[in-house]
Design a protein around this ligand. Sequence first.
Ligand code: HEC
Length: 188
Amino acid sequence: MQLRTTWVSLVGLLLGACSDHSTWRPLAETEYTPAQAAQRQKAEAARDALAKALLGELTAALANGPQQAIAVCQERAPVLAAEVAQQHGVRVGRTSLALRSPRNAPPDWAADHLRSGPATAAWFAGSRGEFGAMLPIRLLPQCVQCHGEATALSAEVRVELAKRYPQDRAVGFRPGDLRGYFWVEVPN
Ligand code: HEC
C-alpha cells in the first residue's frame, strides 16, 4: 500500500513536470524586465503585420461586394495569421466576446481579460518566460456591412453569414465599438 502510494505520487510528479501548462499572471508595464519590453515590441510588430495584411485583403475583396468578401475572410484570415506567426516567431490570432467563428476562441491566458477586463491593451507573463499581449480592435466604418446593426447588413450578407456561421454573434456593432482583440503570445 505504502509502495503504491509512493508510486502514484511519483507518476503524478513526473506528469506535472512534463505537462505543457504554463501558469499566467497579469503583468503591469511598470514591472517589465528588459526581456519583456523586447517581447512586447515583438508582439506589437506581429499585430501590426497581421492588421495590415487583413485590412489589405479585406479592402481588395470588398471591391467585389461584401458577400464575396465573407468567403475571403473565412479562407484568408487563418492563413494570414499563420504566416505572420511563422515570420515573427509568435502565436497570434483574433478573438472576441461576440464571436463569428468558434475557431477564434481565446487562448486560456487571455480569457479573463476578454470576459471582464477593461477595454484596453493588457499584458501577461507565463511561468516559462512567455509574454502575452491583448490588443484591442475597434470597429471602423467599413466594418459595419458585416458586423453592424441590422440596418447596416444587406439581405445577401445576412444569408451568407447564416450559411457559413450558424452561430454568428458578431453583429450589432457601431464604428468605435470594441470589436475584439488581437492576442499575441511571444515565447521566451
Ligand atoms: C465582408 C464581411 C466582413 C467585413 C467587412 C469585416 N469582417 Fe470581420 N469577420 C468577417 C468574417 C467572415 C469573420 C470570420 C473569419 C473566420 O472565419 O475566422 C470575421 C471575423 C472577425 C474577427 C474575429 C473574431 C470573430 O468574431 O470571429 C474580428 C476581430 C473582426 N472580424 C473584426 C473586423 C473589423 C475590425 C472589420 C473592419 C476593419 C471587419 N471585421 C470587417 C467578415 C467581415
